[in-house]
Write a protein that binds this ligand. Structure first.
Ligand code: NZQ
Ligand code: ZN
Length: 386
């Protein structure tokens, strides 16, 4: 096992009717900016519960954060934070709203002139403006981690930011919110969380048995509950397992003491930036090709995954590894998700060249757990995904 340090300060409040606890989690007399997305919370009862819980506070609302949170929109909210002296931000939404609030948290305390530099120059946030979240869509794990992904339409970029100052102070996870999520977004959550496990698990063995078993359990739980939540999102028990699995997939616990990959996410982000394809779908496009391209590096873990998660006991290591990749593709297809870029856009042919150029501009010499995925390799992997 590799050396590690682990600290995750986010308090999780999980369960039915827990949104009412907001009032005791936000410091008294706070000036709160409540941030939400396109309005789903006004139709499913979440807005009313939050408004009721916040009635004793001085609250300003900022709605309209789009999926793939847009920099220009967030700058409007940043202006409100500054002019109204906001001292606590509350995110009510999925990964996009939470990530948007993380950007606001970091930008509110950033002393430079150009907030985009936080993303473009990879400036870490050590102390942000305090914030909490009410999660409405299980998927990203953003409710219990310190990462954020922001999109800038003007330049068609999607960049990441983070730092220990960007953990939510608390996150309220009420599985009942899942009842109103459209099937397409449920599938997205199932695939995004599964992909988060793959990024941290499908590397090479380092004698981290517990982390392996926890990762396998998260994947097995997602596979088991997938048909239930897809069929009936109001099934509270299935929604609970779905929600907690998504949080566990990316709250830092699986990562400790192990090598991590994350190159699939970095390539996939470019597909969202260029074509607006949902985050999870871009992962479903890249994963199979990336795993096949790196089969030699990853075959031991792929074979272990095939055996333990999919019950494949026959064949050589290579055969099991390939069977594991096929099973992963079938799982994505079972969630009505296409796994080829050409199934999402007709204009795919220049993608690999653009991504290669961007990775070179950013000086990303080697991605992946062995830092051996060069911009040229990324180009080839993307071409395999056409
Ligand atoms: O905007 P509203 O009207 O609320 O509708 C949203 C949105 O259209 C809807 N929705 C959310 N909760 C709902 C609901 N509809 C009905 N009922 C509910 N209870 O779902 C749509 C998608 O929401 P969004 O927040 O965009 O989805 P998700 O949670 O998948 O977040 C995706 C974003 O997170 C980033 C992605 O790149 C993408 O920008 N990621 C963040 C990560 C992190 N911070 O750790 C890691 C991930 O790998 C990912 O990159
Ligand atoms: Zn993801």
């Amino acid at each position: 096992m590799l050396n590690f340090e682990f600290q995750n300060p986010t308090k999780i409040i999980f369960g039915k009717d827990q949104i009412s606890k907001l009032s005791s989690e936000i410091p008294e007399n706070s000036k709160v900016l409540m941030v939400y997305g396109g309005g789903s919370i006004k139709k499913n009862g979440v807005y009313d519960q939050v408004a009721e819980a916040l009635k004793e506070f001085d609250v300003t609302e900022f709605g309209g954060v789009p999926a793939n949170p847009e920099y220009a929109v967030l700058l409007e909210a940043l202006e409100i934070i500054k002019t109204k002296d906001i001292d606590f931000i509350l995110a009510v939404g999925g990964g996009s709203v939470i990530d948007g609030v993380k950007f606001l948290s970091g930008a509110a305390t950033y002393e430079g002139d150009e907030p985009w530099d936080i993303l473009a120059k990879g400036i870490r946030t050590y102390e942000g403006l305090p914030f909490g979240t009410v999660l409405t869509l299980p998927a990203t794990g953003s409710e219990m981690n310190s990462g954020s992904v922001i999109t800038r339409e003007e330049t068609k970029e999607k960049r990441v930011m983070g730092g220990p100052g960007l953990f939510p102070q608390f996150s309220i996870l009420d599985p009942h919110v899942v009842h109103s999520i459209p099937k397409r977004q449920i599938a997205n959550g199932l695939v995004d969380s599964f992909s988060h496990v793959i990024e941290q698990y499908m590397t090479y063995p380092v004698a981290a048995k517990l982390q392996d078993r926890i990762a396998e359990s998260v994947m097995q739980t997602l596979i088991e509950v997938a048909p239930k939540v897809m069929e009936d999102p109001s099934d509270y028990d299935a929604a609970s397992d779905f929600m907690w699995s998504c949080t566990m997939a990316l709250n830092g616990l699986l990562r400790v003491g192990t090598p991590n990959d994350w190159s699939t996410h970095m390539m996939a982000h470019e597909l969202t930036a260029l074509y607006g394809i949902d985050h999870a779908r871009t992962l479903a496009i890249i994963h199979p090709s990336q795993l096949r391209y790196k089969l030699e590096d990853k075959k031991e873990k792929l074979a272990q995954y095939a055996e333990r998660v999919w019950g494949i006991s026959e064949g050589s290591i290579e055969e099991k590894a390939e069977a594991g990749i096929r099973k992963t593709e079938e799982y994505f297809h079972s969630l009505e998700m296409d796994t080829k870029l050409s199934e999402y856009t007709d204009e795919y042919e220049r993608t690999s060249a653009i991504v290669k150029e961007r990775f070179e501009e950013r000086n990303w010499k080697g991605l992946g757990e062995k830092q051996n995925i060069t911009p040229d390799d990324a180009k080839k992997i993307i071409e395999m995904s056409y």
